[in-house]
Design a protein around this ligand. Structure first.
Ligand code: GDP
Ligand code: MG
Length: 395
């Protein structure tokens, strides 16, 4: 039932509809409300991974994983032309295709019988993309872009899937050419820094195809919320002190060269917050930044340790605080758990947020918001009807 109360004729008496009335509640996002001690966050562990190929097809393996291959540190600075190959060697992913949680659900379906934590663990967990959690973490400090998250409960599990807001869609469809080129440049940087094989070399002459992705699937827990989420990982460092994921993963970023104290301050306040949130969630310890000059060349690299990023804003009154981010996220997850009570894959609660306002919620059934695919719901339901036989010693 969408926008209840908006179609009533003038003069008609407003009658409450108690049978479909939601608990009158919303969630505020003011940072001051979420100050306090850092909440419990379980050290993320990798449950598995999957890859998407150049045609965006799913494979339950690490074939798309690339290997960190920085240029030699012989005193020379790099000189990566990030605009090289644009647009002729660029194959951008079709952003009109709404993939929702599909690839992650594919992985869950394949591994549901052998998840650590036992057979009941999934029923108590929240399943989502890392990118959705990143948006929750940064919400108390975000002043520009709102979000919408669709939520459904199925077999106990709470699933969260982002819905593109009308404003985000409009922006995407009218994205200025300069912004499109900037997006390409971020992927081009990855190509300059990664090899296809451990100990291999980079190949900047190739195509940049953003259909290709390697995704790590992680388990963690925020407060009392067990989490199963997946995030795209840029590369693995074969020389990392430990080869155990996610500790050996590296996130690659580009940013504009900073030429003034004001530019630095704004970088620490805005960009480092996003970098921290994205890498802290999956336990990726290092972010390697390439700083580009106005001509689009990366001339310097700097490694930021995820656990040290907060130091750049710790004494800044207008900085961000990791506790606020995590406490807000925990509060949102509790809000969602308490709102989505009915177990029904066709029932969707849409959580909506715009800067300057609290998070609100509306209730929907089926299209267009239902996001758990039939193939997933049917396979999971079959499990309950015909539980797997006890494995024989031969299996
Ligand atoms: P990120 O943290 O925002 O990069 O997102 P995730 O790592 O959680 O990515 C989850 C999945 O969404 C992966 O398959 C990504 O390739 C894909 N993805 C990442 N960014 C976008 C985006 O802007 N739009 C869409 N449709 N998919 C994206
Ligand atoms: Mg990256």
């Amino acid at each position: 039932m969408e926008s209840r109360g908006t179609k009533r004729g003038a003069g008609k008496i407003e009658v409450a509809e108690p049978w479909n009335k939601l608990p009158a509640s919303s969630l505020p996002t003011d940072p001051a409300l979420y100050a306090g001690p850092f909440p419990f966050y379980r050290r993320p562990s990798e449950l598995g991974c999957f890859s998407l190929d150049a045609q965006r097809q799913y494979h339950g393996d690490a074939r798309a994983l690339r290997y960190y291959c920085p240029p030699p540190t012989n005193g020379q600075s790099p000189n990566f032309d990030l605009r090289d190959g644009y647009p002729d060697r660029y194959r951008p992913r079709d952003e009109e295709v709404q993939e929702r949680l599909d690839h992650l659900l594919c992985w869950v379906l394949e591994h549901r019988g052998r998840l650590e934590g036992g057979p009941g663990w999934l029923a108590g967990a929240i399943v989502t993309w890392r990118g959705h959690l990143t948006k929750l973490l940064t919400t108390p400090y975000e002043r520009q872009e709102g979000w919408q998250l669709a939520a459904s409960r199925f077999q106990g599990t709470l699933y969260l899937s982002e819905v593109e807001t009308p404003a985000a869609r409009a922006q995407r469809l009218t994205r200025p050419p300069l912004l499109q080129e900037l997006m390409y440049m971020g992927y081009k940087f990855e190509q300059y820094m990664c090899a296809d094989k451990p100990g291999g070399s980079t190949d900047p002459s190739g195509e940049v195809n953003t259909n290709v992705a390697f995704c790590s699937v992680l388990r963690s827990r925020l407060g009392n919320h067990p989490l199963l989420f997946s995030g795209e990982v840029d590369c693995i460092d074969p020389q990392a002190p430990t080869t155990q994921p996610p500790t050996c993963y590296v996130e690659l970023k580009t940013s504009k060269e900073m030429r003034s104290p004001g530019q630095r301050k704004s970088f620490y306040r805005r960009k480092l917050l996003k970098w921290w949130a994205q890498s802290f969630l999956p336990g990726v310890p290092n972010v390697v930044a390439g700083f580009r000059n106005p001509e689009g060349f990366v001339c310097s690299l700097k490694t930021f340790r995820t656990m040290e990023m907060f130091e750049y804003v710790r004494n800044d009154r207008d900085g961000w605080n990791p506790s606020v981010c995590m406490n807000f996220c925990a509060a949102f997850l509790s809000f969602a758990q308490n709102t989505v009570v009915q177990d029904d894959p066709r029932l969707v609660y849409l959580f909506s947020w715009e800067p300057g306002s609290p998070v609100t919620v509306s209730e929907h059934r089926d299209a267009p918001h239902a996001f758990l695919p039939t193939w997933y719901v049917e396979a999971m339901t079959q499990d309950l009807l015909s539980p797997p036989k006890t494995p024989s010693p031969k299996d």
